[in-house]
Write a protein that binds this ligand. Structure first.
Ligand code: PLP
Length: 428
């Protein structure tokens, strides 16, 4: 799909580009981003008239497709009522309802919800909660975190400190962020024994262990089993370490169950949610905690209270969108759609197995990954551009080409995405 030769860039783009600082972008060499004028279900319409099939649902968030009429209607209703009011000392139905609903669908025992405004902040909140939980219990040495190689937990200071310092884009900040224990995810009897030995030695200084259950996303799209998650959880409990599940990416059906922890059969002490919480319409995040965590903040002393409160915490418009998104999970067959996407991805990515450049193919729920041997940045950038020429919106990075489409994607659109990946990788 090529751009018409008579097309001229809109003025706002060239003018604004002089003032925009784009994400993850070398601004000296970057081309203009693609100007978007509309989105609908899994399609992105560009200013020049082209339409792209979105294979990554705006970074895993748009789980019901863009502009689902139910979410749009509920957001319009809330905007007319009131789009925002502060949350300290004031209450509103969208947030209180949402908190109640989230605790009903979250793993059993997560009974408190702290709202914030992005996935990264939900992780910061979780880290503060864990550290203060121990302070309130008069255990002041527990302020470090255990986390994993290939992990990613956001771009803020605490989140960056949990990232893999070797492979992560945050490695240049390694002397600036707090030092954590970054370990390999164990995967067999021997590595589990070694893992447990390390944990036994550091438990007295650990506030918590933070992990992306089942799928590590932006750190390399690595998968591990639900048994692995369950065993790591068991070891955490044995050594009295808080288990923090970062489900910002995996939450809301992406891996096949509503939450990845569900497949592992565990209730984390703290769980972070974001991305698909509002069906990908607007920014909202939540940090859920158990009664055990919450009760340790109850005291006659103000100093034991949790001192955190973003300005736009529990934004009513975002909460209305999130409630509407939960309605859709109740009314429409989202998890069944995830299963059928999973089986289509398995079938249609299989031809990659015979391509020499392909190292590994993996599929979990509505996530498909093709990992290449020795991919260069230049190759990945060129792949991105070729995808656009084929009418497809994907963001290959590192050595992976991945798909995380909306759950409502039409099978023929998904086939176009997988077909494009197979064709383009063959030509590498
Ligand atoms: C597992 C995980 N945690 C945290 C974040 C940060 O979320 P946000 O980009 O909304 O700050 C992300 C974002 O990709 C993520 O994948």
């Amino acid at each position: 799909m090529t751009q018409s030769s008579t097309y001229t860039q809109p003025e706002w783009l060239s003018e604004g580009w002089e003032h925009i600082w784009a994400p993850y972008t070398q601004m000296q060499t970057a081309n203009f981003p693609l100007p978007v004028i509309d989105t609908k279900n899994t399609h992105i319409t560009l200013e020049d008239g082209r339409t792209l099939i979105d294979g990554i649902a705006s970074w895993w968030s748009s789980c019901h497709g863009y502009k689902h009429p139910h979410i749009m209607a509920e957001m319009h209703r809330q905007i007319d009522d009131f789009p925002h009011v502060m949350f300290a000392g004031l209450a509103h139905e969208p947030a209180y309802k949402l908190a109640t609903r989230l605790t009903k669908i979250a793993p059993d025992g997560l009974s408190r919800v702290f709202f914030s405004d992005s996935g990264s902040v939900s992780v910061e909140v979780a880290m503060k909660m864990a550290v203060q939980y121990w302070i309130n219990r008069k255990e002041t040495r527990r302020h470090k975190f255990i986390c994993f190689r290939n992990g990613y937990h956001g771009d803020t200071m605490g989140g960056m400190s949990l990232a893999d310092k070797e492979v992560s884009m945050h490695r240049i900040f390694q002397h600036f962020t707090p030092k954590q224990y970054v370990l390999d995810i164990p995967n067999d009897e021997y590595s589990f024994a070694e893992f447990e030995e390390i944990i036994a030695g550091i438990a007295h200084t650990a506030a918590g262990l933070v992990m992306e259950p089942l799928v590590q996303g932006a750190g390399g799209m690595k998968f591990h089993s639900s048994d692995t998650v369950a065993e790591i959880f068991r070891i955490c409990k044995k050594y009295d370490i808080l288990f923090i599940a970062d489900e910002v990416a995996t939450g809301f059906g992406r891996t096949g169950t509503m939450f990845a922890c569900e497949e592992a059969g565990i209730t984390p002490d703290i769980m972070c949610l974001g991305k698909a919480l509002t069906g990908g319409t607007t920014t909202l995040a939540a940090t859920l905690a158990t009664d055990e965590i919450f009760s340790n903040f109850l005291s006659d002393e103000m100093t034991a209270a949790f001192m955190h409160g973003p300005t736009f915490m529990a934004n009513p418009l975002a909460c209305a969108a999130a409630n509407a998104s939960l309605d859709l999970f109740e009314k429409e067959p989202r998890l069944e759609q995830v299963l059928s996407i999973e089986s289509q991805l398995r079938d249609e990515l299989r031809p990659c197995r015979t391509i020499e450049r392909v190292k590994n193919i993996r599929v979990k729920g509505a996530i498909g990954v093709v990992q290449l041997n020795d991919a260069t940045w230049e190759e990945m950038f060129s792949l991105r551009n070729k995808c656009i020429e084929s009418g497809v919106w994907l963001r290959p990075f590192g050595d992976v080409v991945y798909l995380t489409p909306s759950f409502t994607i039409a099978p023929q659109d998904l086939s176009h995405l997988t077909g494009t990946i197979v064709d383009l990788i063959k030509k590498l």
